[in-house]
Design a protein around this ligand. Structure first.
Ligand code: TPP
Ligand code: MG
Length: 919
């Protein structure tokens, strides 16, 4: 049913309205729908010129957004740029083919770059700014599997040599080139990891937004920097790709340009065989407030469109689905004449003067340099909105019949001698590549000599654009001074008996860090709509929430001391409900030390359950990116967050964190531990200790259980704390029985209570240790273990965890609010009987007490476990253990919490049997 919204609007001249409608009726009746559509389109365009305020149509006909006559003059030498492009095309293909010849199965991609060579080259020659002028330059996200093309250009520029190209995908041993963009593997070359589809596009949006943020906060002038992101059309299937485009529109990110390589294919086949990806994306992006530039047809189509007086060509363009377009790219001119132009005599007549070969090679817009130049120029001059360029290409373009638009093209990595010859002639390199060199299927590289016209042209263009790209260059343009150590004093002193949580301690510390005059402005607090949960609403008024356009309303709570305050130079990134977006912000802030030469310190605080589990690949991307900063998993623990149930109670983020090499995972129990870890983290990641700056990031668990935060014991140093394990409290050494307990995080409560009971009621003296980081202990122990293995004739070394806990023979019980796998990370290096208590299984809603009983980490279970460990050694009678089990009312027959179907058991009064609640 038609929408009748306009009938509700005030009509101040109904007769005039009627006249307009009648003329449209007459037009459509007399001249047909095509003509009516045309007039409407012109009226909409005119209305936009008059700034009438009519919203743009979500989709426009299947033609270029910039018509031929509106194209700017191209300032370069198209011929020489085509030559340069041919060399790059050749070398990109040669490196993949050679790599697979040398090591079958090593992989690589030929067709993606072949489809996007012009998309990149027009950028390299005319738009992408480097860093040589001392400015941050542009930030380019390359499509990951187009990497061979980027290497090939660097080879022409003498930034890579032939042996490096031959090291494509052969990194072990050094000097090789990574398969995809990885700053971790090629830290001086690649800036942004992209190949996990969707993450590059998402990161690019938050990166552009971050550049605006630092600009508006007057930390750095980023007005000359653009973020360019190259995206695959198939990649737009990923929710991460399109999930944040509305933010870019809302924030008016005119420093952001996306180029979507619409080759109509993904890995398996067509992206939208039955539809039109360009039209679909146009609607999506326009709806999100982007400036959309479609580059569909190459220049030779302009003439045909000009002759399309009846609109039949346009109609054919509009109604041909991508699956058919893909087919046309593989077919002969005759086929195209028959099927595309054929059915309508007017269309057929339009191309009568063209040969079959002309028809076959009518190019798509994404291979047309002048069209691309026009689009890029307009995009870079756009103000107030981000731009997306939807460029239509052929996958495998120039690679020949076996490749172009074939469904399998994505994965073909080899070319026969015949195919190589074909490519050579397609890109006119007969003079450069001798036929004899292709016989063995190992194509040689070729680059024009220094001093040649092509070389000089190319280098001159890069000099004019401030140097080469990509280049990851660390420049301390605006160094950071660390906060005064006194910021951590309050944490060291404890809470003076006041019951607080580590989350509250964290928020207080964050506030104090932000108040530090020098350091404070570099802090970037990030939160996904959970600030109130973590008590961070207390920061709103003082530091304000970043809003690019400021606060255009008086907040409902304006009278409150802690009102919701937004400002264009606000410091807090309140991202709304998007953990993925918040992670992208974390990456942008955490890599600012490299991207802008301005170290910024992100503290991203989130529900710990929605961290590693929800956005694990983005955390991986942060580590790929060499991001620095603090990930703060609040409401941590499976029993500490009460009431919320299994979707919220995190007992495994520390397990997942242990899989990320660059992640320093800590589980602090006390405020002073938190302070020591953050202090150490700051100096490790941002400090001025020469040579020690590390591209790592920290993961901290924060709990919401309140207890008195003890002062740091006199015998404990900050180094002890960050080492991962330290003796917190000596037990009574005179007791006849001895044991050790290790706590982490909120498990401290049960362990400390158990220590008292064990001493008084069971005569067991228990040392208490705090394990702040099992990951840290494990990493060190693995290193020692390896050293010992490889140095058989040297006296063996002992790991720190082995040394610290010694070999007294007394049992050790480790307790955590996470899974047992966490303390078990170090079990094989403990030379004493070792047992861990943790929270296996699914979380559920209840009180902390009930949860801790259920998960077997409460005082009773800790006491029983220590006694059982002693009994197992023969130090105690089994009856003592049985007595404790009874004393604490523990049901030995209850199903274990890690049984996936376990629901709490309750006795059935009549029979005394047990039944599942809820059955
Ligand atoms: C998250 C993720 N899933 C799957 C892949 C595997 N993959 C690599 S390239 C590709 C197809 C890409 O198609 P498109 O985005 O259209 O790029 P094109 O090569 O056509 O330019 C796929 C599925 C990946 N890299 N990342
Ligand atoms: Mg594609």
């Amino acid at each position: 049913m038609a929408d009748h919204f306009a009938r509700q609007l005030p009509d101040i001249d109904a007769i005039e309205t009627q006249e307009w409608i009648e003329s449209l009726d007459a037009l459509a009746g007399r001249s047909g729908k095509v003509r009516a559509r045309f007039i409407m389109a012109r009226l909409i365009e005119r209305a936009a010129e008059l700034q009438v305020g009519v919203p743009p149509a979500t989709s426009t006909p299947y033609v270029n957004t910039i018509p031929g006559e509106a194209q700017p003059w191209f300032p370069g030498d198209e011929q020489i740029e085509r030559r340069i492009r041919a060399f790059i095309r050749w070398n990109a293909a040669a490196m993949v083919i050679r790599a697979n010849k040398a090591a079958d199965g090593i992989g690589g991609h030929l067709s993606t770059f072949a489809s996007s060579a012009a998309l990149y080259e027009v950028g390299f020659n005319w738009f992408f700014r480097g860093k040589d002028a001392g400015q941050p330059g542009d930030h380019i996200y390359f499509q990951g599997h187009a990497a061979p093309g980027v290497y090939a250009r660097a080879y022409l520029e003498r930034r890579l040599d032939e042996s490096q190209l031959d090291g494509f995908r052969r990194e072990i041993g050094g000097g090789g080139l990574s398969s995809y963009p990885h700053p971790r593997l090629m830290p001086e070359f690649w800036e942004y990891p992209t190949v996990s589809m969707g993450l590059g596009p998402l990161n690019s949006i938050y990166h552009a937004r971050f550049n605006m943020y630092v600009h508006q906060r007057r930390i750095e002038d980023t007005s000359a920097s653009k973020v360019w992101c190259f995206v695959g059309d198939g990649e737009t299937d990923e929710p991460e790709t399109l999930g944040a485009i509305a933010l870019a529109g809302r924030a008016g990110l005119d420093n952001l340009i996306w180029v979507v390589n619409c080759n109509l294919q993904r890995l398996d086949g067509p992206v939208r065989g039955n539809g039109k990806i360009i039209q679909e994306l146009e609607g999506v992006f326009r709806g999100a407030g982007w400036n959309v530039i479609k580059v569909i047809w190459g220049t030779r189509w302009d003439e045909l469109l000009a002759r399309d007086v009846d609109g039949v060509l346009l109609h054919k363009m509009n109604t041909t689905v991508d699956g058919e377009f893909q087919r046309y790219a593989t077919e002969s001119g005759t086929y195209i004449r028959e099927h595309f132009f054929g059915p309508d005599p007017r269309l057929r007549a339009m191309v009568e003067h063209l040969s079959d070969d002309d028809l076959r090679t009518l190019p798509r817009g994404g291979h047309d340099y002048a069209k691309l130049y026009a689009a890029y120029k307009r995009a870079s001059e756009q103000s107030g909105a981000p731009t997306v360029i939807l460029a239509k290409t052929v996958k495998g373009w120039t690679l020949g019949e076996g490749f172009e638009a074939r469904n399998a093209t994505h994965q073909i990595k080899k070319m026969t001698a015949e195919q190589l010859l074909d490519l050579r002639s397609r890109i006119h390199l007969e003079d450069e590549i001798p036929e004899s060199a292709l016989a063995d299927g190992n194509p040689p590289y070729f680059r024009p000599a220094e001093g040649s016209a092509e070389y000089e042209y190319m280098m001159q263009r890069r000099r004019a654009l401030d140097g080469p790209l990509p280049e990851r260059k660390l420049r301390a343009r605006r160094p950071l001074s660390l906060p005064a150590d006194s910021v951590f004093d309050a944490l060291r002193k404890g809470s003076g008996g006041r019951e607080v949580s580590t989350t509250m301690a964290f928020t207080g510390m964050l506030r104090d860090l932000m108040r530090d005059e020098q350091f404070g402005p570099r802090v970037v607090p990030i939160v996904p709509d959970e600030a109130r949960t973590f008590g961070m609403d207390s920061l709103f008024r003082e530091f304000e929430i970043y809003a690019p356009h400021g606060q255009l309303y008086e907040p409902v709570d304006h009278e409150l001391l802690l009102s919701y305050s937004e400002d264009s130079d606000g410091q807090i990134l309140e991202e709304g409900i998007t953990e993925a977006g918040s992670m992208a912000s974390f990456i942008a802030a955490g890599t600012s030390y490299a991207n802008l030469g301005v170290p910024m310190v992100p503290f991203y605080t989130f529900y710990s359950m929605f961290g590693f589990q929800r956005v694990g690949d983005l955390i991986w991307s942060a580590s790929d990116s060499r991001a620095r900063g603090f990930l703060c998993g609040a409401t941590a623990g499976r029993t500490t967050l009460l009431g919320e149930g299994l979707q919220h109670q995190d007992g495994h983020s520390l397990v997942l964190a242990s899989t990320v090499p660059a992640c320093m995972a800590y589980d602090p129990a006390f405020a002073y531990e938190l302070g020591a870890i953050v202090n150490e983290g700051l100096s490790r990641m941002y400090g001025n200790r020469a040579g020690e700056r590390a591209d790592v990031f920290y993961y901290l668990t924060l709990y919401n259980e309140n207890y008195a935060m003890p002062p740091r014991p006199d015998h404990v140093t900050d180094d002890d704390i960050v080492s991962g394990l330290y003796l917190w409290d000596h037990g009574d050494a005179d007791r006849p029985h001895q044991a050790t307990m290790i706590f982490s995080g909120s498990a401290q409560g049960a362990v400390r209570a158990a220590q008292t009971v064990l001493a008084h009621d069971y005569d067991v003296g228990v040392d208490l240790w705090s394990a702040t980081s099992y990951k840290c202990l494990r990493d060190e122990a693995l290193e020692v273990e390896r050293w010992n293995r490889l140095h058989p004739t040297e006296p063996p070394r002992r790991s720190s965890v082995t040394t610290k806990l010694g070999d007294s023979g007394a049992p050790v019980v480790a307790v955590t609010d996470f899974m047992k796998a966490v303390p078990d990370l170090v079990s094989r290096w403990i030379e004493r009987p070792y047992c861990s208590l943790g929270t296996e299984g699914y979380g559920r809603s209840d009180t902390r007490e009930a949860l801790r009983r259920f998960f077997e980490v409460d005082e009773g279970h800790v006491v029983v476990t220590v006694l059982a460990s002693l009994a197992a050694l023969g130090a105690l009678d089994a009856d003592v253990v049985a007595g404790a089990i009874e004393r604490y009312g523990i049901d030995p027959e209850a199903l274990p919490p890690f049984d996936p179907d376990n629901r709490p058991l309750a006795p059935t009064p009549a029979t005394g049997e047990q039944r599942r609640l809820g059955d």
